[in-house]
Write a protein that binds this ligand. Sequence first.
Ligand SMILES: *Cc1c(COP(=O)(O)O)cnc(C)c1O
Length: 377
Amino acid sequence: MRIYLSRPHMSGNEERRVAEAFASNFVAPLGPQLDAFEASMRDYLKADVHCVGLSSGSAALHLALRIAGVGLGDEVWISSMTFAGGIFPVNYLSATPRFFDLSPKSWTVDTTLLAEELGKAAAEKRLPKAIVPTDLYGQSADLDVLEELAARYGVRLIVDSAESLGASYKNGRKAGTAGDAAILSFNGNKIITTSGGGMLITKHKAWADEARFLATQARDAAPHYEHSTFGYNYRLSNICAAIGLGQLEVLDSRVARRREIFDRYDAALARPGIAFMPEPEGHHSTRWLTALTIEPDETGVTCRDIHQMLLEHEIEARPLWKPMHMQPLYAGAPYHGSGFDERLFANGLCLPSGSDMTDEQQDEVIERVTGLLDSRR
Ligand SMILES: *Cc1c(COP(=O)(O)O)cnc(C)c1O
């Protein structure tokens, strides 16, 4: 049987929740399951925030950026190493991205670099409209520093927490609760899924109200359809929210399982030339995907060799995200950094990490990887 990178893992509760929605005929986009999902998320996050269920994480980022006032000619400062859905909304708004490298200590955005560049930009009166750090592979960015910088320079902070739901940062602060807003994704490969979906989390009630308005075709209060601006059809369907309700009940056990999988890889594959994504003091990553680098000079193997070998055995793995400043689409876009993210891409791999993977399946992955490494020693 094929071993997947990260696939949907249902608990059994989801079907019952969907059946409840069907029984009441709330198959329409809005309904009680959506309200309950938003309320349950708020309870889970244990913070004074508003939650708006949306059709995807990218839709959530699009709305957050638009509400932050991002438009033609504005800059958005963003981690270069991210997934396309975490950057394309900048293009939807005709704004310009400026890309930042990661810190080797956390594999999240380098806040020292960001602080330096904000200082220069402030002096030259060219500050960005918003900063969008990515919580990479299940780990929160350095939120305290980012919030302090955003406040100091008066720029909006929108945290891309699509990969980090279930993680926490210093003092148990949950991923998704920082900044002006954060976005979540419930795509099929994420730690929990609604089949497809996302959420905007914000501490500003006005932002949540605006997001709901824009996500339902910007209908002004009138008996007929009246529009003073344009909107989108971006709400999460009530049926998908029902799946999310079932998934949220098991989120913490999914996090525990992903961390267990990470720890087994870490113990089994540790050797010179292999480095796993670090988890800085005070962080509690979900280890959504086990991410590691393989130094060819030290191991005699490249991450591409391992990837290819695994594919031949029906085992799905994936290179780390290709930094956006290396993508043809963003050729020539400004980038700040030493190329740490480029080296991660050159030598990095994500191993199968799904919470439904069995120990036997993981043993097979480990045996095949160690087999290749041992053969090159
Ligand atoms: C998955 C993901 C998104 C986008 O979410 P969708 O629901 O697929 O639109 C955005 N940013 C990051 C970092 C992601 O991993």
